[in-house]
Design a protein. Structure first.
Length: 276
C-alpha cells in the first residue's frame, strides 16, 4: 500500500515542510506524530504568538464580512495584548481600495486536481473585478520582515496563484481567469509593509509542472527517503528535534516554523471543502 495514495490533499504548508525538512514532513503529515517537545523552551510565548496570529486573522475576516467595526474595536482595546492591538490598528489603516471592488471572498477555500492528487489553498481575501482581474491579499504577522524576492519564490505564492488561476472561474461563474491578470499582495501587520507580486501565463505553466513534479516525488518516495534536513539551523525551532537527536541545534531566529503553524491552525479552523 502506497504511503500517499491518489487523491491525497497537499497544501502550501505541507509542501513547504517537505522542502525544508523531509523528516518533519514524514512525522507531521504521514506518521502524525505528537509533538515530543515544545518548539521553543518558552512554550507560553510560542503559544501566545500562535494565538495572536489566529485572532488577528479572525478579526480581519469578521471586519471584511461586515461585523460591526465598533464591536471589534472594543474587543481589540480590551484584549490586553499590545502587539495584537497594534496589528489591529495597523489594519485599520490598510487601504482596501487597492483591490477590485467587485466580488470579494473572505476565507475562501479552493481545491484543484494536480495529477492524481489534489492541491488546497485557503485565501484570506480574494477580490475579483468584472473585467477579469483578481487580487489575492494575505495577512502576515511574521516577527521579521523577509525580502520581496523571498516572498516571490515562496511555495505559498506559487500554490495560491496557481490554484486561483485554475479554479477562480468556478467562484466567479465566468470565463477562466487569465494568469497575467492575477496578483498576490502580502501585507505585514507588524511593519505595515506591502509586497505586490504579479503573475503570468508562463509562470502558471511553469508552476503547474514544478508542483506536479514535487507531489509525484513525495508520493513515490520510500520511508527511508524522508531524512532530516542537512541544515541543522532549521532544527532549533522544530518541535520534533529530539526525535532526530538535534536538541542542541544552533539557533537562527530567521528560520522558525511559526508562520507555517499559524497557517496550519487556520486551515484546521476551515471546515468547508470545495472540490472541482
Amino acid at each position: 500500500m502506497a504511503l500517499i495514495e491518489a487523491g491525497h490533499l497537499f497544501s502550501q504548508h505541507s509542501l513547504n515542510t517537505y522542502l525544508r525538512c523531509k523528516r518533519r514532513f514524514w512525522l507531521k503529515y504521514i506518521a502524525q506524530q505528537p509533538w515530543p517537545m515544545p518548539e521553543q523552551e518558552n512554550l507560553s510565548e510560542y503559544q501566545a504568538h500562535l494565538a495572536r496570529g489566529r485572532t488577528f486573522h479572525q478579526w480581519v475576516a469578521r471586519a471584511l464580512l461586515g461585523v460591526d467595526a465598533d464591536l471589534l474595536g472594543q474587543a481589540a482595546a480590551a484584549c490586553g495584548d499590545e502587539a495584537l492591538l497594534a496589528w489591529w490598528l495597523a489594519f485599520g489603516r490598510f487601504d482596501l481600495s487597492i483591490v477590485p471592488e467587485g466580488l470579494r471572498e473572505v476565507e475562501l477555500p479552493l481545491i484543484v486536481p494536480l495529477g492524481e492528487y489534489r492541491l488546497y489553498a485557503r485565501y484570506d481575501l480574494v477580490a475579483f473585478s468584472p473585467s477579469g482581474e483578481a487580487v489575492i491579499v494575505d495577512w502576515k504577522t511574521l516577527e521579521r520582515l523577509p525580502s520581496w524576492r523571498v516572498m516571490r519564490e515562496r511555495v505559498q505564492t506559487r500554490v495560491y496563484l496557481y490554484v486561483l488561476a485554475s479554479a477562480g472561474h468556478i467562484v466567479t461563474g465566468g470565463a477562466p481567469l487569465d494568469p497575467s491578470r492575477l496578483e498576490m499582495i502580502y501585507w505585514f501587520a507588524p511593519f505595515e509593509e506591502m509586497f505586490r507580486i504579479p503573475y503570468s501565463r508562463r509562470e502558471f505553466q511553469a508552476h503547474r509542472q514544478a508542483l506536479l513534479r514535487l507531489v509525484e516525488e513525495i508520493a513515490a518516495s520510500p520511508p527511508e527517503a524522508f531524512v532530516p534536513t542537512e541544515n541543522p539551523r532549521e532544527c532549533a525551532f522544530c518541535n520534533y528535534r529530539s526525535l532526530c537527536g538535534r536538541q542542541e541545534a544552533p539557533r537562527d531566529p530567521s528560520l522558525n516554523w511559526l508562520d507555517e503553524e499559524i497557517d496550519f491552525a487556520l486551515d484546521l479552523d476551515e471546515a468547508i471543502e470545495m472540490t472541482y
